[in-house]
Design a protein around this ligand. Structure first.
Ligand code: TXA
Ligand code: MG
Length: 337
């Protein structure tokens, strides 16, 4: 580790692209979360990603491309329905998993026969990919287990001294990672929910996507990476799930019986928690909840909170992805009221 990290603006993206070409590590913005990138064609550089993050070697990386034509160099087969999804959702927050070509290295795929590919929409990400080798392997730019970074402060908290460049630029307007869709089998399956939802995909390709509850509401880990502890701030998280009235009442009772713990509340639609040590408003809809989720979880740590109660009400759309991340951050400590 121990790299001299340069923080640059997107005007100097070429410096970062050159670093990638020479085997360097670069943190860059995307529309979902910041990525920690290296040349996907360089196994040694990809190995360095795992070291910088402290990531288990059996958790594969997503290869980021900046034009649809690059996909043929990675994927052995591209199903017609996947082409339709690419037309509709790329560039954007949809990762697809294809049978891989032999040329894709085992370090990227963690030895799997498939490869995850994403074409991000963030302009700086696109510039970086185009000006490097055209293929950037990148997980989220957090230390393994922590919430993904969606602000430059959280990137530097985790990655100073571990990477060569950090590109300080706007992004992360979605706030949680891309949808991961496996298109390598007879039916397509959502492995990780995200901003592109089951319904969005079903509307385009119909029953080619598996129509079972697990696809709409992924609570069982599907990706190799989803079995690890995830998205966890240092403070313990409990999710209180139910109607606004019932969750507010439950949390107020906790606050009334609290003696001296520093309780933080992630509130959703209530302004009743004055007695808490701190309250962060999750926003007024699930898009805002998603956008701020990781930032807010890390903010509670900065404020020195011991215990977080997150007010939550299951909603459709991106709410499914919020549920998936929030429940994992709570280590499944969920209270239904
Ligand atoms: O939005 C995103 O996807 C962000 C930005 C930086 O693009 N990236 C991201 O990467 O979230 P990461 O590594 O944190 O999550 C990738 C997930 C992991 O759960 C991993 O196990 C899964 O995708 N994955 C990667 N390749 C796979 C494969 N061949 N088969 C199944 N799952 C795979
Ligand atoms: Mg991640």
């Amino acid at each position: 580790m121990n790299r001299e990290t340069k923080i640059i603006s997107s005007e100097n993206v070429i410096d970062a692209a050159n670093s990638i070409k020479c085997g360097g590590l670069v943190v860059f913005p995307t529309e979902t979360v910041y990525g920690l990138g290296a040349d996907a064609l360089n196994p040694k550089a990809c190995m360095d990603i795992f070291k910088a993050k402290g990531r288990p070697a059996d958790n594969p990386l997503i290869v980021h491309i900046a034009d649809v034509g690059s996909l043929k160099d990675l994927a052995k087969e591209i199903p017609d329905e996947a082409k339709v999804l690419m037309d509709r959702f790329w560039p954007g927050p949809l990762t697809m998993i294809f049978k891989k070509k032999d040329s894709v290295c085992d370090t990227v795929t963690a030895g799997l026969k498939t490869v995850a590919v994403r074409f991000p929409s963030n302009e700086t990400a696109i510039e970086l990919i185009k000006n490097s080798t055209g293929f950037i392997a990148a997980p989220s730019a957090n230390l393994s287990g922590s919430p993904s970074p969606t602000s430059i402060v959280h990137v530097t908290d985790d990655m100073m001294g571990r990477v060569d460049y950090i590109i300080d630029d706007e992004g992360c307007e979605i706030g949680i990672e891309s949808t991961v869709l496996d298109v390598s089998g007879d039916v397509f399956k959502i492995l990780r929910p995200g901003a592109v939802t089951f319904d969005d995909i079903h509307n385009v390709i119909g029953d080619k996507i598996e129509d079972i509850p697990v696809a709409k509401n992924v609570s069982v880990p599907q990706c190799p990476g989803m079995k690890y502890t995830h998205y966890s701030p240092k403070a313990d998280v409990t999710v209180v799930c139910g109607s606004n009235e019932a969750t507010s009442e439950y949390i107020l009772n906790i606050l009334r019986s609290n003696n001296n713990g520093k309780i933080g509340i992630l509130s959703y639609g209530s302004d009743l928690f004055d007695d808490a040590y701190c309250v962060i408003d999750a926003g007024c809809d699930m898009r805002e909840y998603a956008k701020g989720l990781y930032y807010n979880l890390r903010e509670f740590d900065r404020l020195g909170v011991d215990k977080i109660y997150a007010q939550f009400c299951l909603e459709e759309g991106i709410g499914i992805a919020v549920k998936n991340r929030l429940f994992k951050s709570a280590g499944n400590d969920i209270i239904y009221v």
